[in-house]
Design a protein around this ligand. Structure first.
Ligand SMILES: Cc1cc2nc3c(=O)[nH]c(=O)nc-3n(C[C@H](O)[C@H](O)[C@H](O)COP(=O)(O)O)c2cc1C
Length: 206
């Protein structure tokens, strides 16, 4: 598939057919994700792959989040009902400590202190891997949605249920499968059309 086609066709897909994925799908997606750039080539990202019953704790956390005010999936429990048909979930995780270490090394020479990092590269790099995964999903003829896991409490719950070390932070999750356009709920967070470049771009000076 042409790169521009993959970019143009990508949409967040929130509902999936009850169809298994071809063997090796997760590995192919993750090999693309791992082509992401990273600040200082720190590669401070990791992925948790969840298939079948392994996903159950995640859905439980999302139902809990949906039942409270600090909701994650925008449409609440109903959205979790459709998301959970996804045969594959990939959770990208970011590790701030690896960036603090990398940038405190002799060739960078910064203090090992979060305050000297005006921009949290750990989230940026992990986000880059998520975007590459979304594009690879399109290239595979599949669909995916990136969604938040919830509040600090739900992220802690996620860590403890999946045995994730405290220094690793899930930035969200990708539900992946064959799109089921017939039942895809109306995207809740898409009230308007994409902004024109004229509303976004400042040339030479803001
Ligand atoms: C950081 C981030 C968090 C998002 N969280 C959710 C979410 O929790 N639930 C959801 O349905 N969509 C979520 N989305 C998808 C956006 O709603 C979607 O990207 C946006 O409406 C534009 O639609 P498109 O990606 O299909 O072009 C998220 C997207 C991003 C980038």
């Amino acid at each position: 598939m042409e790169f521009t086609d993959a970019v143009r066709r990508r949409r967040m897909i929130r509902s999936f057919k009850d169809e298994v994925l071809p063997p090796g799908t997760a590995d192919r997606l993750l090999r693309i994700a791992n082509r992401a750039p990273s600040a200082g080539f720190t590669q401070g990202y990791a992925f948790l792959v969840l298939e079948g019953d392994e996903q159950e704790p995640l859905w439980e956390i999302l139902y809990t989040a949906a039942a409270s005010d600090h909701t994650t999936a925008d449409d609440g429990a109903e959205q979790v009902d459709t998301l959970k048909r996804a045969p594959l979930v990939i959770v990208p995780l970011a590790c701030k400590d690896m960036y603090l270490d990398r940038y405190a090394s002799p060739d960078k020479g910064l203090a090992r202190d979060e305050d000297v990092h005006p921009v949290p590269y750990w989230y940026i790099d992990t986000g880059f891997t998520a975007l590459l995964t979304l594009l690879a999903v399109v290239d595979e003829g599949l669909g995916a949605v990136f969604f938040g896991i919830g509040s600090r409490a739900e992220i802690d719950d996620f860590r403890s249920r999946y045995g994730v070390p405290p220094e690793w932070e899930p930035i969200g999750a990708l539900a992946i499968g064959y799109p089921d356009p017939g039942t895809d709920p109306v995207p809740p967070a898409r009230p308007s059309e994409r902004k024109p470049l004229s509303a976004l771009v400042h040339r030479g000076r803001w």
